[in-house]
Design a binder for this molecule. Structure first.
Ligand code: NDP
Length: 330
């Protein structure tokens, strides 16, 4: 069946400006790290991408090594893009990244010019795209000179294979240096992609402030802490959950009772607001003015719908924020 997106797709989504750039991103973006690999059911992937777009999610985030196996999320996306989204290319922001291990040998990891440029060429082939909108260096490289890595991002943007450059997981000091190098090269850093959630708040220690000062956007990944900040694990580990699956970054041992005790309290607070646990967790990261978008994952359509419905109630009273702080600080 030919896919015709809903005409109402832009009615309820909120679009936030990315730093001081000309670009806007949806407040909720969808990442394809998990559940879009070669091991997953294609029709479910397709249903999630269609529903996301119908709800105004214009941004899909990928990386070279998303799967499993590595590369397969980009292949899945490419297959679905060709069938459903070709007509809507100019309504979409598609990103990819390189920086983690991708292929064997010394040229398929970290931050060399050799790796970044070759990797993006491979990503474009897998997705069947002429360009990505944002290309990121995925993580800092302790050995490659920062000038080389940023120089590669600048070359990539000048080549037209990416429209904007971004960095991911760079700590504040390195971010400051990377931003300066890119600015001097004439390719400003558009956006930073760090993790941020109620259970992991490192970005509050300088990074968010720096990004606001520099006019750089911030898209935060794993705002649901891979599913811990939902109702999913309150009664054990469901067999179809990320924690129960092989090849994921969520170990059953990561799910500690002390965390679940906090989630139960937060969940009760969410209910009082007429929200779910996932929604209070997403609203809470979006309360930060420096945060442009919350980058969620999903294994089914209903989770995407629930995430987007967060936008129905974003404001927090001072009392609610205080109650959250109290729960988190214990
Ligand atoms: P989340 O914290 O949003 O976790 C997503 C998972 O939470 C889902 O797969 C699902 O788990 C569960 N979930 C989501 N919504 C609900 C709900 N309403 N009710 C119950 N459970 C729910 O984000 P991710 O960890 O998936 O990361 C999001 C994206 O961020 C990635 O796809 C990727 O694009 C990016 N990322 C970037 C990184 C970087 O280094 N730059 C690193 C990691 C991620 P289940 O599968 O169990 O149903």
């Amino acid at each position: 069946m030919t896919y015709l997106p809903l005409k109402s797709r832009y009615d309820n989504m909120r679009y936030n400006r990315v730093g001081r750039s000309g670009l806007k991103l949806p407040a909720i973006s969808l990442g394809l790290w998990h559940n879009f690999g070669g091991v997953d059911v294609l029709e479910n992937c397709r249903a999630m991408l269609r529903r996301a777009f119908d709800l105004g999610i214009t941004h899909f985030d990928l990386a070279n090594n998303y799967g499993p196996p590595y590369g397969s999320a980009e292949e899945t996306f490419g297959q679905i893009f060709r069938k459903d989204f070709t007509t809507y290319r100019d309504e979409l922001i598609i990103s990819s990244k390189a920086g983690w291990d991708m292929w064997p040998g010394p040229y398929g990891d970290f931050g060399s010019r050799k790796y970044l440029i070759a990797s993006l060429d491979q990503s474009l082939k897998r997705m069947g795209l002429e360009y990505v909108d944002i290309f990121y260096h995925h993580r800092p490289d302790p050995e490659t000179p920062l000038e080389e890595t940023m120089g590669a991002l600048d070359s990539i943007v000048r080549s037209g294979k990416a429209l904007y450059a971004g960095i991911s997981m760079y700590p504040p000091d390195l971010t400051r240096r990377a931003v300066k190098i890119l600015r001097d090269l004439g390719t400003p850093c558009l956006i930073h992609q760090p993790n941020y959630s109620m259970l992991d708040r490192w970005v509050e220690d300088g990074l968010l402030q720096l990004l606001a000062e520099e006019g750089i956007g911030c898209i935060v990944f794993s705002p649901l802490e891979q599913g811990l900040l939902t109702n999913r694990y309150l009664k054990g580990i469901p067999i179809d959950s990320r924690a129960a699956k092989a090849n994921t970054a969520l170990d059953p041992e990561d799910i500690q009772e002390s965390q679940m005790a906090k989630v139960r309290k937060l969940s009760a607070l969410a209910q009082k607001r007429g929200q779910t646990m996932a929604q209070i967790a997403l609203g809470w990261v979006l309360r930060q003015p420096a945060v442009t978008s919350a980058l969620v994952g999903a294994s089914r359509v209903a989770q995407i719908e629930e995430s987007v419905a967060t936008l129905n109630k974003l404001d927090f009273s001072p009392e609610e924020l205080e109650a959250i702080e109290k729960i988190l600080s214990k």
